[in-house]
Ligand binder design. Structure first.
Ligand code: GN1
Ligand code: MG
Length: 373
């Protein structure tokens, strides 16, 4: 269980305002960045998630905690007004559990940062979407997340990872990794690099629209992988999780990253590239659910930008995985040798598939959008 034993983890869990005494702590989830554990206590009613925040990635812990508190408080207030079911609020929005000293996180002797949330019982997440109903619920959940945050001042939200989704920045990082070549791996990836190079220009479409002042900056989630929505046993969306990357951004980024995981029949790191194919009905279902919530605020330019996000996100994710591969696998957790290369290839295959179906996907977005005009 990473570098922590169960006793240490139980002691860490006891630093927080939990009900009862810790009975067990076990690894939880499939995130690539933070370490997450499920905490069960003898009180039984509420279980918790204990999380070590990766402070090599999130260097300003105070800023991410401030963002999370601001966003969850705002969402809870908005839910209370809109849905009038106060009992459900803690199932719809993440709840931070403070430390006994009243802080939002706990710093241990090794300078690790720990925080705790209520674990939402009876919910689950999916790494691969199975049904249109799940996809539609995902669209609703992320659309509603953006809608309910639309009246929170974007200036109050810290840009915790500057230029996180700036493709120019990501390509510059790839180019520095190629020049430095610390793991001597550049020679292994000529085809991947050529594929990336050939598409550089068109991948700037969102930045170009933004530079013309055509895309509003909103509060966006910025990690809209489908497994960041919790669903109940009947596949109804319950809660959007993983709020570390909530930042000012463009809606096309959230749409594109969600579709990256939803439209793919295979896993993000599928080794058999023949399995990386598109499930177009899931795309349509996600778009439907998303517009149901987002049509209230989306501008025509934003609607036009959504497909640019769809093409950009697997490409940018491949650029990021490949950069980490060339740098020697320091950023993402890897589970075997060449894992980042395998992830890169799967994402580039997804780019090819999307390019082949681009007109059909554009037509779907146009049709769904037209339903709200
Ligand atoms: C990381 O933590 P996790 O696994 O949800 C990454 C995302 C990537 C994703 C790829 C802070 O997210 O940006 O899209 O892996 N988060 C960060 O699966 O880099
Ligand atoms: Mg994340």
């Amino acid at each position: 269980m990473n570098d922590f034993n169960p006793e240490q983890l139980a002691t860490l869990a006891s630093e927080f305002e939990i009900e009862g005494r810790v009975v067990s702590v076990s690894a939880f989830g499939s995130g690539h960045i933070n370490d997450t554990f499920r905490v069960v206590t003898d009180e039984g009613a509420t279980h918790y998630l204990l999380q070590r925040v990766n402070h090599h990635v999130f260097k300003d812990i105070a800023a991410i905690m401030d963002n999370i508190q601001r966003v969850t408080n705002h969402l809870k207030t908005r839910y209370a007004i809109e849905f009038k079911d106060n009992d459900q609020i803690d199932r719809r929005v993440l709840t931070l559990i403070p430390t006994i000293g009243g802080e939002s996180c706990h710093r241990d002797e090794l300078n690790n940062f720990w925080r705790m949330f209520i674990l939402l019982e009876g919910t689950r997440s999916y790494d691969i979407v199975e049904t249109p109903q799940q996809a539609r619920e995902g669209g609703r959940a992320f659309g509603q997340f953006q809608r309910l945050l639309a009246d929170l001042d974007v200036g109050l939200i810290h840009e915790v990872l500057p230029d996180f989704h700036h493709i120019g920045n990501r390509l510059a990082q790839l180019n520095s990794a190629i020049r430095a070549n610390p793991a001597d791996r550049v020679k292994r990836v000529p085809e991947e690099l050529a594929f990336i190079k050939a598409r550089e220009r068109r991948m700037h479409a969102i930045l170009d629209l933004a530079a013309q002042g055509r895309l509003p900056i909103r509060i966006t989630h910025n990690d809209t992988k489908f497994n960041n929505v919790l669903l109940d046993a009947d596949d109804r969306a319950q809660c959007v999780i993983d709020l570390d990357t909530v930042m000012p951004g463009y809606v096309a980024y959230d749409f594109g990253d969600a579709i990256r995981t939803i439209i793919n029949c295979a896993a993000e790191d599928e080794a058999d590239l023949d399995k990386v194919r598109l499930n177009v009905p899931l795309f349509e279902a996600y778009a439907d659910g998303y517009f149901e919530e987002a049509h209230y605020f989306l501008t025509a330019d934003e609607v036009a930008s959504l497909m640019e996000g769809v093409l950009l996100f697997p490409y940018m994710q491949a650029v990021r995985f490949l950069t980490d591969f060339l740098e020697g696998d320091h950023y993402y957790k890897v589970h075997h040798a060449d894992h980042n290369l395998q992830r890169t290839r799967a994402q580039l295959k997804l780019v090819s598939e999307l390019e082949a179906r681009e007109p059909a996907l554009r037509a779907i977005v146009a049709r769904v959008a037209a339903g709200y005009q």
